[in-house]
Design a protein around this ligand. Structure first.
Ligand code: TMP
Length: 206
């Protein structure tokens, strides 16, 4: 059976983790092999890079360092985990992928989009999601949910206008690639968000 690569995106606290867990159960109940992974992370090396990136004490980190670390984590993840899983016919659900780099480092930090594109070619090595679900919530709502979970990480501590640019970045990406990227309204019940997501996943033929 053909492997599928489905990514989840959105601002902090948009509800990705809950929805990924629900979708995983649903696909498993159909008897398909499914795996869940995340970025930055998903392998021992990439999780170590995640620690570097999200540590709130690392306030000295420059935007270029940040970009290269996300790309390094992705290159290892693609090499060690994503490509093998897809080739084995698995449905792979990934919490964030390359669209987060465009939204956060591109729209959020203001790094040039063409630089990001070249780096993406290197890190993702031709891997492209079959479907990307952007769970859209207003940033104030998402950040207050995220902050209620405990100590904020380095990115969550950014100002509101940074997160607003990130949200607009995701919305613009969805406009540019409507076939692949679907916006799901995150301000509705967990069940209604799950139903909307399932509609897009079914359309993919999973
Ligand atoms: P998470 O909190 O959803 O697990 O994501 C980790 C943080 O890393 C989140 O603030 C978004 C950020 N991020 C980027 O800035 N660029 C990226 O390429 C990725 C994958 C995540």
């Amino acid at each position: 059976m053909k492997g599928r690569f489905i990514t989840f995106e959105g601002v902090e606290g948009c509800g990705k983790s809950t929805q990924i867990a629900l979708l995983r159960q649903h696909i498993e109940s159909r008897g398909r092999a499914v795996q869940v992974t995340r970025e930055p992370g998903g392998t021992v090396i990439s999780e170590a890079i995640r620690e570097l990136l999200l540590n709130p004490e690392h306030t000295a980190m420059g935007s270029t360092t940040e970009l290269l670390l996300y790309a390094a984590a992705r290159a290892q993840h693609v090499h060690e985990r994503i490509r093998p899983a897809i080739e084995a016919g698995t449905v792979l659900l990934c919490d964030r992928f390359a669209d987060s780099t465009i939204a956060y480092q591109g729209y959020g930090r203001g790094l040039p989009l063409e630089t990001l594109g070249r780096l993406h070619e290197l890190a993702a090595a031709g891997i492209r999601p079959d479907l990307t679900l952007v769970i859209d919530v207003p940033v104030e709502e998402g950040l207050s949910r995220a902050r209620n979970r405990g100590r904020s990480d380095r990115l969550e501590q950014e100002a509101l206008d940074f997160h607003e640019r990130v949200r607009q970045g995701f919305l613009q990406l969805a406009e540019q690639e409507p076939q692949r990227i679907k916006i799901v309204n995150g301000i509705q019940s967990v069940e209604d968000v799950a139903t909307a997501i399932l509609g897009h996943v079914d359309a993919l033929g999973v």
